[in-house]
Design a protein around this ligand. Structure first.
Ligand SMILES: Nc1ncnc2c1ncn2[C@@H]1O[C@H](COP(=O)(O)OP(=O)(O)OP(=O)(O)O)[C@@H](O)[C@H]1O
Ligand SMILES: [Mg+2]
Ligand SMILES: [Zn+2]
Length: 504
């Protein structure tokens, strides 16, 4: 008897439909043959399935069982096929009605005792099931929340193989998943109110958040660079529904959603340590997981002590900074993960950390300084719109300086400036933030008047700016004008933008 069960395989952040065909036949020796499963991890599932079926109190068919996963040319990895294969075997053996199994998507890993364990990537699998118009999705109870984000889809959570069978035979009532609440925002995000002084750095944070500009803080030890950088996520506006779905999908594929699931509505913040590997940053693995840069999608990636990262690790950032996505090469095919993040980096000006400080002499040779700076490879520095010198503030001066404005107040201005940009870039292909303006949209929206052009010309001579660097200045000036509510970019906006360049 042949049974067919629908399931899905994950590629990057996409789910592709997979059909499990199970044939149980008499004749020949009792054996299980798995076809269309090139990966060892799926072959292991044969043992899990056998134990799970026995330990759930079902008679394992002692006949010839052939399981085929199609399409055959699709690489299938992971343990999420356990439940559909087990149900297919039981259906082919006549223990579960075959009707309905082919109109429902089933996913889940089985434990040896028959428990159904959570799997990664349920949100894209559920979204694909909805598009395919299936009757429902049967899945691990722990994953029910994230599947229930998809509206108009019946989600049937199960905790054991026995419960799955009971639901399919009508022995137990169907439990339908409740739509979850949003994932709560991380408690007590650090607030800008804690920062005394540092007006220029605070201003840079606001401009970065408003226009999506990458930012570098450079200064001596203890100046407050890390403290400032960690306060960038807190001044970003909440995610739009579309952004929230993108982020939640990535966290679903990474297996990082809290139990119960729910939509991630606050911009993510990731701060990988400088010892992180290229795979940790870019993503990878047999069943590719998103890396730090994708976990920071629509949010903030902090590279603290950026010069301490290995060069080849920093190189991973080039393509994503350019294209907003990262390609993770696999033996069989390349998967693409979204990776559009706001970059904030910190570094010391030199190895000893005190170059340019009046408080202490720098002990580095010019050669050492040059080598240290070159660690942030040109292409990376080239993607940073705002560079800010963060000076050490003497303790006494610090205690006499008032505490700063709260993040919530800054966030309101940022949201208003973002709104202005959205209005202006309403074309479907329009860049949502100024930092991503290109080509004609850039020339149209960042046009300068004669006085602005004069300042740009002077700056380009003084700093030997490339055409690209000039464009960057214009985009930063555009954001400054947007924060000021100005329609046109004025000379004062451009003049402020010029401050956020490092003297080379
Ligand atoms: N402007 C400031 N207002 C309030 N506290 C500050 C300020 N600057 C520094 N501090 C205090 O000093 C501590 C050290 O700052 P932080 O770790 O951000 O320095 P850093 O520039 O990252 O140094 P390093 O180069 O050593 O990493 C902060 O945790 C904070 O307590
Ligand atoms: Mg620091
Ligand atoms: Zn030095």
């Amino acid at each position: 008897m042949l049974a067919i069960v629908r399931t899905a395989a994950l590629f990057g952040v996409e789910a592709h439909p997979v059909r499990v065909e199970v044939d149980v036949s008499d004749g020949g020796l009792p054996a299980i043959t798995l076809v269309g499963l090139p990966d060892a991890s799926v072959r292991e599932s044969r043992d899990r399935i056998q134990s799970a079926i026995r330990n759930s109190g079902f008679e394992f068919p002692s006949r010839r069982v052939t399981v085929n996963l199609s399409p055959a040319d699709m690489r299938k990895v992971g343990s999420a096929f356990d439940l559909p294969i087990a149900l297919g075997m039981l259906a082919a053996a006549g223990l579960v009605p075959r009707q309905g199994l082919d109109r429902m998507v089933t996913v889940g890993e089985l434990a040896l005792d028959g428990a159904v364990r959570p799997v990664r990537g349920i949100l894209p699998i559920a979204a694909q099931a909805r598009r395919d118009g299936v009757d429902g999705v049967m899945l691990p109870d722990a994953n029910a929340g994230e599947a229930a984000i998809v509206t108009g889809l019946t989600v049937l959570p199960v905790t054991t193989l026995d419960e799955a069978v009971a639901v399919l035979t009508g022995r137990a009532p169907r439990r339908v998943a409740q739509v979850p609440r949003a994932v709560p925002a991380p408690a007590a995000a650090p607030d800008l109110a804690d920062v005394r002084g540092q007006a220029l750095a605070r201003r840079a944070l606001e401009i970065a958040a408003a226009g999506g500009h990458n930012l570098l803080f450079i200064g001596p030890p203890g100046a407050g660079k890390s403290m400032l950088a960690r306060r960038l996520p807190g001044i970003l506006p909440a995610l739009t529904t579309e952004e929230a779905l993108e982020v939640t999908t990535i966290y679903s594929v990474a297996g990082l959603l809290p139990p119960g699931g729910g939509l991630v509505t606050t911009p993510p913040f990731r701060a990988p340590h400088h010892t992180a590997s290229d795979v940790a940053l870019a993503g990878g693995g047999a069943m590719p997981r998103p890396g730090e840069i994708s976990l920071a999608h629509n949010g903030v990636l902090l590279l603290d002590e950026a010069a301490e990262f290995a060069r080849h690790v920093l190189d991973v950032l080039r393509q994503p900074l350019e294209e907003g996505e990262v390609q993770v090469a696999r033996a069989a095919r390349t998967v693409v993960f979204p990776a559009r993040f706001l970059l904030v980096a910190t570094m010391n000006p030199c190895i000893c950390g005190y170059l340019g400080e009046s408080t202490r002499p720098c002990r580095c040779s010019p050669h050492q300084v040059a080598r240290y700076r070159s660690r942030l490879s040109g292409p990376l520095l080239d993607r940073i719109d705002l560079s800010v010198r963060v000076p050490a503030v003497p303790f006494k001066a610090m205690t006499e300086t008032a505490l700063g404005e709260a993040s919530s107040a800054v966030r309101r201005r940022v949201a208003a400036a973002r709104g202005t940009q959205q209005e202006r870039n309403r074309s479907p292909a329009g860049a949502p933030v100024n930092a991503r303006l290109q080509g004609r949209a850039l020339s149209r929206h960042c046009a300068l008047d004669p006085s602005g052009l004069g300042i740009l010309d002077a700056a380009s001579r003084r700093f030997h700016l490339s055409a690209r660097s000039c464009h960057r200045l214009m985009k930063v000036a555009r954001t400054i004008a947007d924060l000021a509510g100005g329609e046109r970019i004025g000379a004062e906006h451009l003049a402020e933008a010029v401050q956020f360049r490092l003297e080379e």
